[in-house]
Unconditional design. Sequence first.
Length: 677
Amino acid sequence: MFDWTKGLNPEQREAVLHTQGPLLILAGAGSGKTTVLVSRTGQILQREKIKPSEICVLTFTTKAARELKHRVGAKIGPQAKDLWTGTFHSFGLKILRKYHELAGLPSGFGVIDQGDSTEIIKELMSNIKNSAKEGFKTDKILSILNTWRESGRRSPQNPADEYEVMVQVLLPKYVRRLELLGVVDFEGLLLKPLELFKQNPGVLADVRAQFKHVMVDEFQDTNVTQFNIVRALVDEHRNIAVVGDDDQSIYGWRGACVSNILDFPKHFDGCRVIRLERNYRSTPAIISIANEVIAKNTARHGKILRPNPDAEHGEKPEIFVYENDDVEAEEVVSHIRFFTDKGYTPGDVAVLYRSNGQGGMIEAQLRRNQIPYAITGGTGFFDRKEVKDVLAYLRCALHPNEIAFRRIVNAPTRGIGEATIERIEQHSRAIGFKFHVGARRWREAGVQDKIGEHIEDLFKLLDRLPDEILRGDPSRTVGECLVSKMADIGYKAYLRQTCKDDLTLTKKWAVLEILGRVLDTFVNRGGRDEKTLLEFVDSMELRDTGEDEEKDKTPKVQLLTLHACKGLEFPVVIFIGCEEDLIPHRTLGSDVAEERRLFYVGVTRAKERLILTRAKTRKRFGKFVPVAPSRFLLEIPSQMVTAFESGFRPANEVERKNMLADLFAKIEQNAAKQRLE
């Protein structure tokens, strides 16, 4: 028989051996929860003598489900393929496929995503008489509608709330439309199985008989409906084990209910609670500040991360304070070089931030310094359409190419259709000219005069663009002139047509304002001239080379939001923007306890080195305004960190001597040049 407890610490061993009755495994960051899940699954199969198909493991990602099945299979062989592992939504789909008739669904019912649901909401709203309906945000409507479906509500709590009144009208129409289409939406994949169980006790009995053991990973991320599914499955045999960490519950904004894990022992009498507190990821120096911050949350299970007894204490986490966020972004490059000089690769380093808007400045500096990077769990700043459009305008104004010209020819719309583009393209090939050169000779290509005038106007705009943004208004920065010019030519109005509401437009335009700030950093260093402008475009387009990034194995610095970094780990973490209004966030951080958990998640991603940075001033609406350090930063005792209020790490004696030697060598070289002249 295989010993599934081999190599486990006492707490992990206890969790693996507990195979009967309710179990809550509180798995602290880096405590080996996946190992416990895998070993416990193997132990149940071996001890209980049940089939793999009688175990159900519910996860939040397909990747996690695959990993568990693979690791169990590596030890028990091909029979592991019969384990039922998957997400809550895939579980719901499995049940509905099997019992589709009882669920009132056609045999080949479809599943629609959130985009499809939004389109249905828009269509239904168009047929409702409501003078304010044009101002409604469909995403918000759908979110409220799903919350009502989850809780079973049918009427507004606040009759004065226009959104709730609209949802009351829409809800029955939406549900009926799904029925007519013969489809299920994502929320329905969870709700319909529960309805099925309630209306058909025999179905519930069959499902309970099939799954004799149920386990749930990342239980702190479950919502009310998911919790009810779990209860329905296990209320008779009560062989339920959930694994999670209330200190890492960071998805309340999308419906996760931290009380599910906090109150789990109350819902299941006789529940065994086992704490996995030994952290195998981070150094004691990093763990100590993580414990210090999270301890300030009151609604939590009592749990303290403890370092691996064999671990060296490690370097103290470092705090760097910068004059402004421009300097902060520039100094991220210095930190990366500091660590790569010490033997780390770029792939060992992660830069973490609270909101996507912070990433653009970092991306620009990495591009400028030709440091390879990758974005995890989000769209890269330079992959956004609006950024590519503006760079294409600058490219065509300075050193045009066909790809850039094609990108801007109808952004904003100029009535230059595909037929015209094709005609110019054919003529350009025939006379051996590049596409944009052929476009200037549109008459020769046989383009209609009216359309040709639009092409002519575009070229006039491009010919004037560099001078207008560099010298048009000396009282404004070049970046501000660029953003203003894009509004003047109708690009903002063009973006408005693609946005579902004003908030989306504001976010898209803010991206261009960040691009303007990036341009200003180039101008401040290189000068207000066309050479600097071209250097800026070249640097920003550096990665747009058409390379297959899937095949590119170059180690890359990882850029992630705090939400996207959960579950990951890195030897070096640079956590930027540790300021009030960013973490906790001024608009998104109404739940301070959850924001503190988010800070904790960021800190506990670091294995060996942790850098925390903040700025004294941050640019908002075109001006640098003072900002305060994050309250979470202030909660860390000063003796646990090394703080650099000047923003710079002092050189050690060897480095200082090398720097002086380099300086004297340069002075000597310059003196020698002058003597020769």
